[in-house]
Design a protein around this ligand. Structure first.
Ligand code: FAD
Length: 638
């Protein structure tokens, strides 16, 4: 029998980023015991890296802003494929969630008259991102950890035990979710340091594991982003949606090679930075697509005036949604107008005084100085697209964050729907707060209503342990595979064949490669012991990366149009017949026990509620919808 440390909690939150921590707070506030588990050190989640800010229509910088404008911007950014109920809840609740953070102890940057300052970002009509310099994510995490400590102090006063209701399990990886009769019964994992197994017996799990970027070669994402939550959910019987939509942030570092992909915040452009090609031309004016014509400045003079007078001028096309800017950069480089290292130039040096740049963008200043020996107050940065965010994720109910598996909830980047085909910058931090809270609440309500708790079976525990240990015990047929080599091959294929610009023949090649890797992963072999063994950790994560990569590739092949974070060279236009269609991925056991087969189905999205439909002009909706879908709009002639 497998030796396992066994623990019992009402709710287990997997992931200690913004979404996970907000879920923990909510479930604990409802009186439940909560375990929070994270692969990295507590406080070192991906959220910490968020730079630009958190979008919320508080109207501090422009009083015309409100939730309806934010909702409209979010739907436009996602090219109307968003789960509209999620976009509605997000736009309505984000301001309260930001205010609430200040009650936990956050301190956002201020306007001259003492209100929370808000900055411009791509696709947002008004300055909307609450921020702390360019270190907003750090403040978010710091504050929520502080709130958790204060809740633990309350618990100590009541019970004499700080960890009576919230306990943190850091450097602990969950490898499998367990179910009984289709309901969640537990989560199985191992301590990264000792390699020892741990089992959480629990009726409710909140997945808040973040994204999938480590399946791609050039990425802004940290090592934790191996799609674990996506794969755990699939194996437990839940579904994923929108996996073809992967956001390539337009501005990652391109040089030196060791730092390729590291993010250059959109805040640089929000604060006045402009994109230029080798001819010193601000090329974004050439790339305003039809759906956004009329909404963006068509001269440099107007674009520059917009930074100081947004009432009379239209915004700069440097701040088009990310998918548009990334494609534009790609085209400039392809046309031979790129920078020496294969990107374009991002110039803030000629736009703001050096002192102001260092004040507003301290992290960017240090990042370029230390990593590339470039002083951004004196010279332009070289930037290019980098895999940044996955819009696709676990299919959830918008109000409760529950998946199709009873007891399984998801929030943050690992959930799907909210951002449609493309996320607006700043909308992730607000998403984490809004839906992290709702997931904690959903899990708490679920537990409160349970009549009996599902039980963990010993055979499931043994199977999970066997799967985790498989890399120490390969088939023994003389062929051994190295996890690092397989990972490199996977990343290269995803980057080259299912990257920013896709075509069917290349995606098919990627699927062939994934099929080959599926077979080879059965023979992945690691040396040494279970004590902190990075090769083993990667071997375990690789399985998840393969599953999510297959979802991305299959969905990308199926969607024969270009929309948001999915660009098909062979189907360049947006097709209104595809707008309301979701591609739903599910897993079936199949022949390969290590990586289950992925199935894909087309499902219709619920039509936009009438009052929300009426927030848009018919002429704008006509660019995305079919005529039949618009007959209920008051402006429709039908
Ligand atoms: P994370 O913060 O990544 O947390 C995931 C957690 O899950 C971690 O604790 C990890 O250890 C844990 N985990 C994963 N797998 C397992 C497992 N198997 N077992 C146990 N634990 C596991 N968005 C904005 O809105 N505004 C910004 O300004 C912004 N800037 C960004 C800058 C950068 C450089 C990057 C990369 C992203 C930025 N984003 C921004 C996006 C945003 O930061 C992320 O989408 C968001 O932080 C994701 O939060 P999360 O809570 O979903 O996951």
């Amino acid at each position: 029998m497998t030796e396992v440390e066994r623990l019992n909690y009402d709710v287990v939150v997997i992931g200690a980023g913004g979404a996970g921590l907000r879920a923990v707070i909510e479930a604990r506030e409802r009186g439940f015991s909560v375990a929070v588990v994270c692969k990295s050190l507590f406080g070192k989640a991906h959220t910490v890296m968020a730079e630009g800010g958190c979008a919320a229509s508080m109207g501090n910088a422009n009083s015309n802003d409100n939730w309806q404008v934010h909702f409209r911007d979010t739907m436009r950014g996602g090219k109307f494929l968003n789960n509209w109920r999620m976009a509605e809840l997000h736009a309505r609740e984000a301001p309260d969630r930001v205010w609430e953070l200040e009650t936990y102890g956050a301190l956002f940057d201020r306007t001259a008259d003492g209100r929370i300052s808000q900055r411009n970002f791509g696709g947002h009509t008004y300055p909307r991102l609450a921020h702390v310099g360019d270190r907003t994510g750090l403040e978010l995490i710091r504050t929520m950890q502080q709130k958790i400590v204060s809740l633990q102090q309350e618990d100590f006063k009541e019970t004499g035990d700080y960890e009576a209701r919230i306990k943190v399990f850091a450097e602990c990886t969950i490898t499998e979710l367990l179910t009984e009769d289709g309901r969640i019964s537990g989560a199985f994992g191992y301590w990264r340091e000792s390699g020892r197994f741990i089992l959480f017996e629990t009726p409710a799990v909140v997945l808040a594991t973040g994204g999938i970027g480590k399946s791609f070669k050039v990425t802004s994402n940290s090592w934790e982003y191996t799609g674990d939550g996506h794969a755990l959910a699939l194996r437990a019987g839940a579904t994923l949606i929108n996996m073809e939509f992967v956001q390539f942030h337009p501005t990652g570092m391109v040089w030196p090679p060791s730092v390729k992909g590291i993010l250059v915040t959109e805040g640089v452009r929000g604060d006045g930075g402009v994109l230029k090609n080798t001819e010193d031309k601000r090329f974004m004016f050439e790339y305003v697509p039809d759906v956004f014509k009329g909404q963006y400045a068509d001269s440099e003079e107007e674009a520059d005036r917009w930074y100081t007078d947004q009432e009379k001028n239209r915004r700069t096309p440097d701040l088009l949604p990310r998918d548009e800017v990334a494609r534009a950069i790609n085209s400039e480089v392809k046309a031979g107008r790129g920078s020496p290292h294969g990107g374009v130039f991002l110039d803030i040096a000629s736009r703001l005084p050096a002192e102001e740049i260092r004040k507003r963008l301290p992290s960017m200043y240090h990042q370029f100085k230390e990593l590339a020996d470039v002083d951004i107050t004196k010279e332009p940065m070289e930037v290019g697209p980098t895999c940044h965010y996955v819009m696709g994720g676990i299919e959830v109910d918008p109000d409760t964050a529950s998946s199709s598996v009873p007891g399984l909830f998801a929030a943050g980047e690992c959930s799907g729907g909210m951002h449609g085909s493309n996320r607006l910058g700043g909308n992730s931090l607000s998403d984490l707060l809004v839906f992290g809270r709702r997931a904690g609440l959903g899990a708490a309500s679920y537990v409160a209503e349970l009549k009996d708790r599902p039980k963990v079976s010993q055979s499931d525990v043994d199977a999970a342990a066997k799967m985790a240990l498989a890399p120490f015990d390969p088939p023994g047929d003389g062929v051994e595979e190295n996890p690092y080599s397989l990972h490199t091959e996977l990343q290269q294929s995803m980057n080259d064949l299912v990257g920013i610009i896709r075509k069917s023949e290349e995606i098919e090649r990627a699927l062939e490669k994934l099929g080959e890797l599926r077979e080879r992963i059965k023979r992945v072999t690691v040396e040494g012991h279970r004590q902190f063994n990075p090769g083993w950790h990667l071997a375990v994560d690789l399985r998840n990366m393969l599953m999510v990569s297959e979802c991305v590739a299959r969905a990308a092949l199926t969607r024969t149009e270009s929309r948001g974070g999915h660009t098909r060279d062979d189907h360049p236009g947006m097709d209104s017949q595809w707008r309301n269609k979701l591609l739903v991925c599910s897993a079936t056991p199949g022949e390969n026990p290590v990586v289950p087969d992925i199935g894909i189905e087309v499902k219709a999205q619920l039509p936009l509620r009438q009052d929300l439909l009426e927030l848009f002009e018919l002429s704008e909706l006509g660019k995305y919808y079919t005529d039949e879908e618009l007959t209920s709009h008051p402006g429709s002639p039908a």
